[in-house]
Design a protein around this ligand. Structure first.
Ligand SMILES: C[S@@+](CC[C@H](N)C(=O)[O-])C[C@H]1O[C@@H](n2cnc3c(N)ncnc32)[C@H](O)[C@@H]1O
Length: 726
């Protein structure tokens, strides 16, 4: 699926004469409207061009521009005043009004389905319908169908070749348009066609033909018509069965379940209904309900191998949900670019959602957890298999809209996510069914995507490898993890395996304590990182480190650290230690000197047990420089400093090569506030190498064990450190 960038906001733009002109946003009557013939002719040219272009060209996505947000209609087409097209005013949302229209052209399928429509009085106009599902025939608005548009937004779609304004009814919210059945009395007389087919049997046959042609949306449509005109109740169960099976293929699990249950006849053949209902619930990740239906199917058909297989799968998911017992290594092996959606249950019972003193809801521990413990593991609620960075956001947005439309039962958990500040009040009717579809506000969906999505590599383990392809990240939503608030020095670390998010404790967490994660890797300067939070999520961080750095440390000290860091960076950015490059001693000495000054610029009474982020880059660099010179003793000294700067407690004298201590203990300190990243693992490996170089085998082994523990935290499961070399 390709994407287009969000359209630019309606701000001032250069006019033809180079003078900045504001877009015309006043509500007014359209100026000159084209005739029906002209509209159809121009449209036909576009459609013809599309027909000549290569088949299967990916369909772009119109991602909503939040600056132009407007709420979705929550009314039924039966509640609004039907108006003629001639009453439409540009730049207006026509609240309380609606249109009943006949589609009189084949569609042009771009980011939206564009067609020409006619009302009962012969007025014509252009319509663009966005955000419809491929599983609905509205995504293609076939010629001849009758649609209802609720509270239509009429807009200027740029200029025509002759300079006149090009007008369009723009339907952004998918629930603002509804497909009207041919027999519906709401259709005005002049637009009526009468039923296309007469009997339920005819519609069923038409549905079967569409099914065989793999046109599943049309099959659903025909089966719906068949059910609607069936006079014989005995005819209905078989149609429900067919519609349930078709919906299952389309991933419309809510309807599949409903139809499967409606198809029951009270006989032993009901095993089919329960089997389909069980599979539909499995598709929705409702494993307990799935198990119930599959058990019933098994009772009626105990030897059926397909039911047995589904039942076993269901038990495996329930076991994962209950215990958090996963074979992560096997899961990793099963992962491939084509197989990122893992068949796993989510383990969340160590955590619960409660009101947070920081903001809205937060996630809290339900039991004491130790460093390294699995806090929770959650399968993505929504994550497209799209790792192209330019396409990942739009793909997630499109998938979210599609899934909510297809499975309204998902609306409750997804629409309660925080969408950021909206320019209007949210409507409590969002997510409820009106005219058969859930009311969906695409601007809310884009807002909550933006505030809650995570960027995700194929696996964090892959991502730590030097050979990892930089930037290839998908985007996804995990509704449970979305409750996590941010802390720069958090108590958990997240990692990914395909669409599975693994959260591990990085320190002791007491039952009842709030769980935090870092939203993004933290910047070392407190004002810079807080700028990122403000811009991205609208908050200022109040974690221990931010309070210490922003509220307790003086502005003069902050400025001093900033200045020294800039001096360090100036040198380091030119001289990165690499294999086979020897850094001149003079450079090392000047970095060393600056680093001492920077260290002294950290007030001991404030930074006593806190990370010193501005020191990390320099101390890491010095580890590399001394490692290059095989100076083991200095490598140890600076590797220990790196660990200290990340906020790990180092025993007195650990910087000396002769000190005997246990690096494995550093993860278990109760008082220190440490920050866990892959750089900690690398520093521990350097430490091990240097101890080895000095022949201190015991210390080297302990350092390797500590590095392995750290690597488990970073990647989510136990892994060989040699992954870091390939
Ligand atoms: C993914 S949501 C986190 C859950 C959120 N508290 C809720 O009620 O849905 C992200 C939003 O939480 C808020 N937030 C996260 N961390 C915060 C913090 N440390 N302090 C204040 N607000 C925070 C921000 O408003 C942010 O946009």
């Amino acid at each position: 699926m390709a994407v287009v960038l969000p359209s630019p906001p309606a701000t001032a733009s250069p006019g033809l004469d180079g003078v900045i002109t504001k877009p015309d946003t006043t509500t007014r009557a359209p100026r000159v409207k084209p005739t029906k013939e002209d509209l159809l002719k121009t449209h036909a040219v576009h459609v013809q061009k599309q027909a000549n272009s290569p088949e299967n060209a990916p369909r772009p996505v119109k991602q909503p521009n939040l600056a132009l947000a407007y709420p979705a209609s929550t009314k039924s087409i039966r509640e609004v005043d039907i108006i003629p097209l001639s009453q439409l005013e540009v730049n207006s949302h026509h609240r309380g009004s609606g249109l009943i229209l006949k589609v009189i052209s084949p569609p042009f399928l771009g980011a939206g389905a564009v067609s020409i429509v006619e009302d009962e009085f012969g007025n014509v106009d252009k319509i663009s319908i966005y955000n419809q599902n491929d599983s609905s025939i509205l995504s293609g608005v076939p010629e001849g169908c009758i649609i209802g548009v609720k509270e239509p937004y009429y807009t200027i779609n740029g200029k025509n070749a002759d300079g006149s304004e090009d007008y369009m009814i723009c339907v952004d919210h998918p629930s603002d348009v509804t497909l009207i059945r041919f027999t519906d009395p709401i259709i005005p007389e002049p637009l009526r066609l009468g039923p296309l087919l007469k009997t339920a049997e005819d519609w069923k046959k038409a549905g079967d033909t569409a099914f065989l042609e793999k046109d599943f949306p049309t099959a659903v449509f025909c089966y719906t018509e068949a059910l609607d005109c069936a006079e014989d109740e005995g005819f209905k169960p078989s149609i429900y069965t067919k519609r349930a099976g078709t919906s299952l293929i389309l991933g419309r699990y809510d309807s599949a379940k409903e139809d499967a249950l409606a198809s029951r006849t009270g006989t032993t053949t009901d095993w089919k209904a329960y089997y389909t209902a069980g599979r539909a619930c499995y598709g929705l990740c409702n494993y307990s309900e799935s198990k119930e239906y599959l058990s019933k199917a098994l009772e009626l058909n105990p030897t059926n191998p397909a039911i047995k297989k589904e039942y076993e799968r269901c038990l495996a998911r329930l076991h994962e949900e209950e215990t958090g017992d996963y074979d992560f290594e096997a899961i990793y092996k099963s992962l491939s670019p084509k197989n990122v959606h893992l068949d796993l249950g989510s383990f969340t019972r160590n955590t619960e959602v409660k009101a947070s003193p920081l903001h809205g809801r937060g996630l809290f521990a339900t039991k004491d957890l130790a460093p390294g413990d699995l806090v929770f593991a959650e399968k993505a609620t929504l994550m497209p298999n799209q790792y192209e960075p330019m396409r990942a956001s739009a793909a997630l947005y499109a998938l979210t809209v599609r899934q909510l439309l297809d499975n309204p039962s998902l609306c409750k958990s997804v629409l309660q996510l925080y969408p950021g500040e909206m320019t209007y009040e949210r409507n409590p009717l969002e997510g409820t069914l009106v005219d058969g579809v859930p009311v969906l506000d695409v601007f809310v969906i884009e807002g909550l995507r933006n505030k809650n999505c995570f960027s995700v590599p194929l696996s964090t383990l892959e991502d730590t490898r030097p050979t990892a392809q930089e930037g290839r990240q998908a985007k996804g939503l995990w509704v449970h993890a979305s409750n996590l608030n941010h802390a720069c020095v958090p108590n958990t670390l997240r990692s990914f395996l395909g669409d599975m998010l693994i959260s591990r404790a990085t320190r002791h967490i007491k039952a009842g304590e709030e769980i935090f994660q870092q939203y993004v890797p933290v910047k070392s300067l407190p004002d810079v990182r807080n700028g990122v939070y403000k811009d991205g999520w609208g908050f200022e961080c109040s974690c221990t480190l931010c309070v210490a750095e922003l509220k307790q440390s003086s502005e003069a000290s902050r400025e001093k650290r900033k200045d020294l860091l800039a001096q360090v960076e100036k040198i380091l950015n030119k001289k990165t230690p690499r294999a086979k490059t020897i850094i001149p001693d003079a450079t090392i000495r000047s970095v060393d000197k600056l680093m001492k000054q920077l260290e002294e610029a950290h007030e001991p009474e404030i930074y006593g047990r806190l990370p010193r982020l501005t020191l990390i880059y320099g101390s890491n660099w010095l580890v590399g420089a001394y490692r290059g010179k095989k100076n083991y003793s200095k490598t140890i000294r600076y590797a220990v400093k790196v660990l200290r700067n990340f906020g790990f407690e180092m025993p007195q004298g650990a910087e000396s090569q002769d000190k005997v201590w246990d690096p494995r203990q550093m993860f278990f300190s109760e008082e220190w506030h440490s920050l866990m990243t892959i750089h900690v693992v690398v520093a521990l490996r350097r430490l091990a190498e240097a101890y080895n170089g000095l022949g201190k085998k015991e210390m080297a082994e302990r350092s390797v064990e500590a590095a392995e523990f750290g690597y488990m935290l970073v990647t989510g499961f136990k892994n060989d450190l040699s992954n870091l070399d390939r």
